[in-house]
Design a protein around this ligand. Structure first.
Ligand SMILES: Nc1ncnc2c1ncn2[C@@H]1O[C@H](COP(=O)(O)OP(=O)(O)OP(=O)(O)O)[C@@H](O)[C@H]1O
Ligand SMILES: [Mg+2]
Length: 433
């Protein structure tokens, strides 16, 4: 009931009782209105409390964010920063809020990277940029590498409300990456040095060996030449004497010994001449696998007698190479004989061949008594032997070394005492000199 209605009502009744009723009615309605108002107020207060809680919650999230949060207004002034951002930059809230973003975003060419550069256009066009690397400038001038993502917040009229930037401090990552790169570079350098050192050591050993061989070769060649002629004389006269003597002559046996020993000397001299490169290799095209097979069959009987098992792992399709068949066979025999002699109670010899673009590789591996470390550097020296009496002259390997060298190849040895010895021969596929 409104005021006009009440007036009309009073006039129409003119009655006191009715007037009182009317007031009661008014009061009742006012009370109900007050109650509604009170309810509304409580509702609003509750809403306010909820809003406050939500605000605190959001602020807490922002405060505890591990990344820096920087909110800019549409003019590029700093509107809000979180705790992490302040910590990274070294500013206090009041020193930074309301200031232009150039205070903290490093400029390039006098333009702020984000606001002046093409990145802003990208940000405004797409509403978002992701993982953009920039530098922050801290309060004390430090350039801080950051990776930044940004997004534009617009209101219902599509005007820019704020630009929200979240940035991650890259200093630790960069430092770790730099340390990793440094460590890797150092390791590569150390590896390179080790490789170079090993190579040098290898070259040094090769040089020592070939120098030793060269001078020993000259010496041997000289001595062999000098001895060869008198030896031929001794042999010729020995044979003559034998022919002259009767079968039952008591001197016959002594002279036979002289002839046999002279023959042995002659063999040694030939070995020396081989070693001293006096015999020129007769190069022909040959299949190395076939040659190994042939050599193994020649020696089959000796393996059998000595209870030695031979395991072959030969590459069938190695290309033919130019070599002196007799000389290379001589090398194989020398190596195999040494292996047989190193396995007094039987054992296993593994023979393998392989090739790549440049070389053929032949490996002889025995499980004999091995070579002590202190003598392994000497085994290719002429006359170096550990075999007593007439068993060894110490020429087998030195002759072999000379032959392989003349074929432009290499011969290497690896050995472990009481475990065995391996010889690796490398011959070039290209025509040897
Ligand atoms: N497979 C092997 N196992 C153990 N020692 C070996 C082996 N091959 C070579 N050697 C060592 O190297 C030395 C030199 O070998 P090399 O063949 O030159 O001479 P040798 O066998 O002693 O005598 P020669 O071969 O003239 O009869 C041997 O005396 C031996 O000590
Ligand atoms: Mg030998």
């Amino acid at each position: 009931m409104n005021a006009a209605n009440i007036e009309g009502f009073l006039k129409s009744t003119g009655n006191d009782v009715l007037q009182e009723k009317m007031w009661i009615e008014i009061i009742n309605r006012m009370e109900s209105l007050y109650a509604k108002l009170a309810n509304r107020q409580e509702e609003i207060e509750n809403k306010n409390r909820e809003l406050l809680k939500t605000k605190e919650f959001v602020e807490n999230i922002i405060k505890n964010m591990a990344d820096a949060l920087i909110v800019l207004d549409s003019k590029g002034n700093i509107k809000m920063v979180n705790h992490t951002a302040l910590e990274i930059l070294g500013y206090k809230d009041e020193e930074i809020l309301g200031r232009p973003m150039e205070l903290i975003f490093e400029k390039t060419d006098g333009r702020s990277l984000i606001m002046g550069g093409s990145k802003l256009e990208e940000l405004l066009r797409d509403g978002v940029i992701k993982d953009f690397e920039i530098f922050f400038r801290s309060r004390d001038g430090e350039r801080i590498p950051m990776v930044l993502s940004g997004s534009v917040m617009r209101n219902t009229y599509n005007d820019i409300d704020a630009i929200i930037c979240v940035a991650k401090d890259l200093r630790d990552t960069k430092r770790l990456l730099a340390e990793k790169a440094r460590a890797e570079a150092e390791k590569a350098k150390a590896d390179e040095l080790t490789r170079a050192y090993n190579k040098l050591q290898e070259l040094k050993e090769q040089l020592i060996q070939s120098e030793k061989m060269a001078s020993l070769g000259q010496l041997a060649a000289g001595v062999a030449h000098e001895i060869n002629n008198p030896l031929s004389g001794i042999l010729t006269y020995g044979h003559l004497l034998l022919r002259k003597l009767k079968q039952d002559d008591p001197n016959r046996e002594d002279i036979e010994i002289i002839v046999n020993e002279t023959n042995r000397c002659s063999e040694i001299v030939h070995g020396l001449l081989d070693f001293a490169r006096q015999t020129k290799p007769k190069m022909v095209n040959a299949n190395i696998t076939k040659l190994i097979d042939e050599t193994l069959s020649i020696m089959e009987n000796q393996f059998y007698i000595k209870d030695i098992k031979v395991i072959k792992n030969l590459k069938e399709d190695t290309p033919e190479i130019m070599l002196d068949v007799n000389q290379i066979q001589q090398v194989f025999i020398n190596i195999l004989l040494n292996s047989i002699e190193a396995m007094s109670e039987g054992g296993t010899i593994r023979v393998a061949s392989d090739c790549d673009q440049k070389y053929v590789y032949i490996t002889f591996q025995d499980n004999g008594y091995g070579i002590p470390e202190e003598i392994i550097g000497k085994i290719f020296d002429p006359f170096f032997t550990t075999k007593s009496g007439e068993k060894g002259t110490g020429l087998g390997l030195s002759v072999s070394y000379g032959i392989i060298e003349r074929h432009n190849g290499t011969i290497e040895v690896k050995s472990k005492l009481n475990e065995g010895t391996t010889f690796i021969i490398k011959l070039p596929l290209e025509e040897s000199k």
